[in-house]
Design a protein around this ligand. Sequence first.
Ligand code: FMN
Length: 198
Amino acid sequence: MSKYLIGITGASGVIYAWTLLKAFKNTGIETEVIVTDPAKKVWEQELGFEWTEVKRFVSKIYLEHEIDAPPASGTSNYSGMIVIPCSMATLSAIATGASRTLLQRSADVMLKEKKPLILVIRETPLSLIHIKNMEMCALAGATIFPAMPAFYLKPRSLQELVEGFVGRILNFLGVKHSLSKSWEQEYEKYQSTSYSED
Ligand SMILES: Cc1cc2nc3c(=O)[nH]c(=O)nc-3n(C[C@H](O)[C@H](O)[C@H](O)COP(=O)(O)O)c2cc1C
């Protein structure tokens, strides 16, 4: 049975993490979560409720200073890790192998153990430093998965937009879900619809 590790950092877009954790719970796949201190602040600012609510969906919660926790070791049995959203600060720490916090160390472990590591980065515009850090992480085996939701599936709400994006992550991992339709499913509808300006 697979178990995923989810890292939540202080980048904007913690709603993606909340939606992903809920989706994993609905599929019956176990998740454990690591939350950074900045993530707690951004969470309360953006979502307006306590970050500790994640306890409804995850089997374990770790804080970033818990450097001796199981995810810090390559002997732990995770199918992969998703850092969502991933700040430029954490991206930089992963790119250099800094491993100073549990989240950074866990990402380092995923890379050295050749396990899937998805980095849902969020920043704009990007400096050359950000781009080079992404390049380094990609070369080391991570998947850079920018928080760039698609509009062609015509989301009718913010939640649908987020679910469409989170659905892409689950598709990438090969996890079956009912969050969003595929372009294949929407294509016929699209062909038979004519759009006017109003
Ligand atoms: C409201 C808010 C939004 C932020 N959004 C971003 C962001 O989108 N991307 C980013 O790289 N940093 C963002 N930051 C800055 C990070 O929180 C900051 O760099 C922090 O040190 C990241 O630490 P962490 O990666 O350990 O969570 C934001 C900060 C705040 C307070």
